[in-house]
Design a protein around this ligand. Structure first.
Ligand code: LLP
Length: 441
């Protein structure tokens, strides 16, 4: 078993007060001290996933672990993952600046994205981002110009669409043929010729693909790797081009509910390494350095969100709703993807589940339902609900819908809780507003 296969943070337990605790911190006390909704991250769980990844991939000689920051990007999380030896896959100026400002070695940063702006590419070049994965012809030319104007050579990968369908939510698939991401296989030669003949300020190191997210079927990685290695061998034969890097993206799934059985980090590593070795031999290439860029599987399990339960409503002959003080603005995934979550009441972990209820969010939208039909004990107003596996794509996709303040985040470890993201204030909400003078009385 690896950490991504756990539904709950590894340190979760019921304490002597009869409450749930994580990282040795009583969740009721955290809710009282920091308020709700509150994102809680368990340091031990994060470090444990990192160790799983490092251990699982130790038999391939050249592995670079890049954390996909889009899953959860904060300064403290960046420093923590860097301390585990991870580099970073970033996708915006905001993410580049976060890791830079946190003191991360920029040579271990890879910049991805299908429409990077001039300002973002310029920032990447100026801050010395290690690799830029170029997505399309427009960007090739733009990046060459920017690198030239800075008297630099940009180190790049080419983002490829390998033409693989993966069975996950339609919106999270990226590697299939009709995708907005990357060069089609039939466009690679033209891109390579441009780089070799015209774009002298670009240095191509390898190929990059990402086939999707919340992936459970690991064999798909073997197919992806064969396509990438076959291309590397073909480019060598046709252009005498030695590409020595292969980036297989992220995607490993996690366990949101008891019904989810994600593969382990070891399964996925075994599939990837076996396929690499097999295809290196089959296509007779020098073993390339492997880059992987997991996001969700690194950070999801470590995170929970605490909410306070408030109003309730029994629809005559219908559902029973309980509303929490957060919802779609701090966790967009249920309303966006129909994502399912598991939860428990912090102060009643051992009580019998006596009812099936629906947990509604507080936002002005009927679709703002956090969890449909969950079995829970009797609920009292003010009880604290702990929703599991919210570390990835919750805070990072949070909004201020209804002008609601974004929650705070604490990192817990060995009985200590540390604030790593402050709760927004009402002043933050109006901080960017401007009232034109002429409208003022
Ligand atoms: N690399 C690339 C190029 C990606 O596009 C992504 C995710 C990753 C790595 C990391 O994938 P992961 O290991 O996290 O699956 N908001 C959606 C997920 C979108 C994923 C986008 N790309 C969700 O909440 O499910």
């Amino acid at each position: 078993m690896s950490t991504n296969q756990s539904l709950k943070p590894l340190t979760l337990q019921v304490n002597q007060q009869g409450n749930l605790e994580i990282g040795g911190c009583d969740l009721i006390e955290l809710a009282q001290e920091y308020g709700t909704p509150l994102y809680v991250l368990d340091e031990k769980t994060i470090r444990s996933v990192c160790n799983d990844y490092k251990d699982a991939f130790k038999n391939y000689p050249k592995v670079n672990m890049m954390y996909a920051s889009k899953a959860l990007c904060t300064s403290a999380v960046s420093v923590l993952l860097a301390s585990e030896g991870f580099g970073f896959d970033v996708v915006s100026a905001g993410e580049i600046y976060t890791v830079y400002n946190a003191g991360i070695d920029m040579s271990k940063v890879l910049f991805n994205g299908n429409n990077k702006s001039v300002d973002e590419l310029t920032l990447a070049i100026e801050l010395g981002v290690g690799r830029i994965s170029v997505d399309n012809f427009f960007e090739l030319s733009l990046l060459n110009e920017i690198a030239k104007s800075h008297n630099k050579v940009a180190d790049i990968l080419l983002r490829i669409t390998p033409g693989i369908e993966c069975h996950t939510h339609e919106y999270i698939q990226t590697g299939h043929l009709d995708s907005k991401f990357g060069f089609d296989l039939t466009q690679i030669d033209e891109a390579v010729e441009l780089i070799l003949e015209q774009y002298k300020n670009l240095k191509l190191h390898g190929l990059h693909a990402h086939i999707g997210s919340q992936i459970f079927a690991t064999t798909i990685y073997a197919d992806e790797i064969e396509i990438l290695i076959k291309e590397i061998a073909r480019l060598d034969e046709k252009y005498s081009l030695k590409l020595d890097e292969i980036n297989v993206g992220g995607g490993l799934g996690v366990k949101y509910t008891e019904n989810d059985i994600p593969p382990s980090t070891y399964d996925i590593a075994e599939k990837i390494i076996t396929s690499l070795n097999k295809n290196i031999e089959k296509y007779n290439i020098t073993p390339p350095a492997l880059f992987i860029e997991p996001g969700r599987s690194i950070i999801s399990t470590a995170g929970v969100t605490l909410y306070t339960l408030g109003s309730s409503k029994q629809v005559p002959h219908g559902k029973k709703y309980f509303a929490v003080d957060g919802g779609m603005a701090d966790n967009a995934r249920p309303s966006m993807y129909g994502a399912e979550y598991t939860a428990q009441i912090v102060n009643k972990p051992d009580a019998q589940n006596l009812q099936t209820v629906t947990i509604a969010g507080r936002f002005c939208e009927s679709g703002d339902i956090l969890i449909k039909n969950i079995a829970l004990p009797e609920i009292d107003e003010g009880d604290i609900l702990c929703v599991y596996n919210t570390g990835a794509y919750n805070y990072s996709m949070a909004s201020n819908y209804n002008r609601v303040l974004k929650p705070a985040m604490v990192l817990v470890n060995e009985g200590k809780a540390e604030l790593i993201v402050k709760r927004e204030t009402l002043d933050d909400i109006v901080a960017h507003d401007i009232i034109p003078q002429r409208l003022k009385k």
